[in-house]
Each structure stands twice: as C-alpha cells, then as structure tokens.
Design a protein around this ligand. Structure first.
Ligand code: GLV
Ligand code: MG
Length: 346
C-alpha cells in the first residue's frame, strides 16, 4: 500500500466497541531531528519544555540506555511530562521496550490510556518482521478503542536485526500506521556479528586502497597509496530507503554515538540525506542543529531547483540550462527539493 492509496477504512479494526478511527495522515512536516530524552532523569525532564518548538520531535526513551531499575520511573516520568507540557508544533514520540522484554506490555497499556492523545508516534525497537507490527497495530487498536481516542497513534520501526533487514519491505507495508523506519546501527552490528564497537559512523579499517602506480607495466607495491574509508551503513540505508519509498513512509538515519565528533556526525547524516532519508536521531542538543541543517535542502539547491521547474514549463520535453540538459526526470528530482523546502517553511 502506498501513501496515496491509504484511506480511512485502512484504520478500521472490527472491534466490538468504538467507532472506526479516522485516518491521520503521516505528518506532512518532516521530522529532521528526533531528540531522545530519558524521562527518568529529572535534569533531562526539566529541559523538555524549553525544547518545545526548537526541535521537530521529542522522544521519551524507555528502551536501551534506561537501566532496568528505572524502567518504571521512565514510564511514569513520560506520562507526567506529557500531561504537563504543551508540545505546540513539536511532535511527541516514545521508544517502547522490545517486544520480547518484560516491560513492553506495561509500556503500552500505561501510555495509551494516559497520554495516547498526545503521542504522535511509537517507535518499536528490534522489529523482526511484519508479525511484530501486526501485534503492535492490533494492541494499539484495542487500547485506542478502550480509551476512546480519535487519532490513531503511528508506528515507527527500528531496523536493527539481520532478520529485520531481510524483511524490510514487509515491515514497511505491515500496517497503515507505519510512519517510518530508523537504522539501529549498534544492535544491527552486534546481530550481524560485525567487528565494530561504535554507535553508528564509520571504522578506519573499512577502506579501499588506491591501485599501485605502474612503471613499464610493473606494479610498485612500495609506493605510498591513498586509502578511502567506506561507509559501513550504505547497503542497509539504501535498502531501507527503497522499502520506505515503495510504501510511502519515511526513512531515517539513527544514532551517532560520538557526540564530540560533530564533523563525522554531519558527514553520516548528510550521506543519509542525499540517499533519501528525511531525518535522524539526536542524542545530544548539539546534534539537533546538525540534523536541522543537514536535513533541510540548501538555499542554493532550492534556488536551482526552482529555476529548473520554471524553465521546464509544462514539465515535458528537454531544455538546456547552464550547459546541462534538464528533462522530465531531472524536473522530478527538483520537485522533491522544492516540496521539502515548502514543507519545512510551512
Ligand atoms: C539503536 O537503537 C541502535 O541499536 O543503534
Ligand atoms: Mg538498538
């Protein structure tokens, strides 16, 4: 099912009680930075109201990085923060615990009745296949009907197991609630038995080396040669972007754990943006500014795109602009840029 083919009846679940919930469109305004906070940490919780309006999404994290002893405090903290805060233009998301954990049932049965009217999206970690989304979708429908909620809560899956990557298309299409997917590079690396220890980003050992210079056809293997680091995440992000595009939902990068390395963080985010992602996670306030900058098209790109749109007239045929050929297909690329700029300006 694509975004265009969604209809209100897609949200209808034949429950004994409750009216069919109306369709809520995927929020048109892209969420460039999904800023994580720990609702069990009073210092972080106190900062939440100040961040409203400064970031596209605030996400109360209940899963990894929250100690087992703090799971309940995090859940209760999120309920309190949500009830006390007017989020204005900022979306409120949460990341619930994994579906095989002892905490997830309490997460859903507590959050939906208490703050379901404020929660835009529930991020589900370690999704393995469509069956995980079906389970969450069904449970949400029951809890929403019981609580009399009018807007369905959307679902975002983290792609962080080898099985999840293998099933990425079916995950994206598993429910009309699906809002998007994020890459979970740390868990995914472990699940694949990759030999890395970082959260996102590259590795200096994953590289290609320039061919040796040749003298009279003989390779000089003693000569110094440049090396080029490769992107460990290219394959997964490309698969994720295609699956999301196919189902009309949003792809996101994910966490970049080296908070101090803002340059490499920006590079990873930009690669993801250029490949089609709409946003990423922010684990520290300084990553919000990076994400907002990277996931917004540049003024120059938008100005160029508008020139192409104007030059293409009715949108068919081909024109020459600055020595370059533009046609129906390059026009479509430019419209992506113009549309995104308009959504962000709205
Ligand atoms: C995120 O959850 C990750 O595992 O990278
Ligand atoms: Mg993870």
């Amino acid at each position: 099912m694509t975004a265009a083919s969604r209809s209100p009846k897609d949200f209808f679940r034949p429950l004994a009680v409750g009216a069919p919930t109306p369709l809520r469109e995927i929020p048109a305004r892209p969420s460039r930075a999904i800023h994580f906070f720990d609702p069990s940490n009073p210092k972080m919780a106190a900062k939440v109201p100040d961040m409203v309006g400064k970031v596209d999404v605030l996400l109360g994290n209940l899963e990894d990085a929250i100690k087992a002893d703090n799971k309940e405090a995090a859940r209760e903290g999120l309920v309190r923060i949500a009830q006390e805060t007017d989020f204005g233009p900022t979306q409120l998301w949460t990341r619930i615990n994994a579906l095989d954990s002892p905490w997830v049932l309490d997460d859903l049965t507590t959050l939906v009745p208490a703050i379901g009217d404020k929660l835009d999206v529930i991020m589900v970690p370690k999704v393995q296949g469509a069956e995980d989304i079906h389970y969450v979708d069904r449970l949400l429908a029951q809890l929403e009907a019981k609580a009399g909620l009018e807007k369905p809560i959307l679902v975002h899956a983290i792609l962080e197991t080898a099985r999840g990557v293998a099933n990425v298309e079916e995950i994206c299409g598993a429910s009309p609630r699906m809002q998007g997917l994020s890459l979970g590079p740390a868990d995914l690396a472990a699940d694949r038995r990759m030999k890395t220890t970082r959260v996102g980003g590259g590795h200096p050992g994953y590289l290609v080396r320039e061919d040796p210079p040749r003298i009279d056809g003989v390779a000089n293997l003693e000569a110094s040669r440049a090396t080029y680091q490769q992107d460990l995440w290219h394959y997964t992000i490309a698969r994720m972007v295609d699956a999301c595009a196919m189902h009309g939902i949003y792809p996101y990068y994910g966490p970049f754990g080296d908070i101090s390395d803002t340059t490499a963080c920006e590079d990873q985010f930009r690669n993801a943006f250029l490949l089609g992602c709409v946003g990423t996670w922010s684990l520290h306030p300084k990553q919000i500014a990076i994400a907002n900058r990277v996931f917004s098209p540049s003024v120059e790109d938008v100005a160029h795109a508008r020139r192409v749109v104007a030059a293409m007239g009715d949108g068919t045929g081909a024109v020459m602009l600055d020595g370059k050929m533009e046609d129906d297909a390059s026009l479509k690329q430019c419209l992506v840029m113009v549309e995104l700029a308009e959504q962000l300006a709205a």
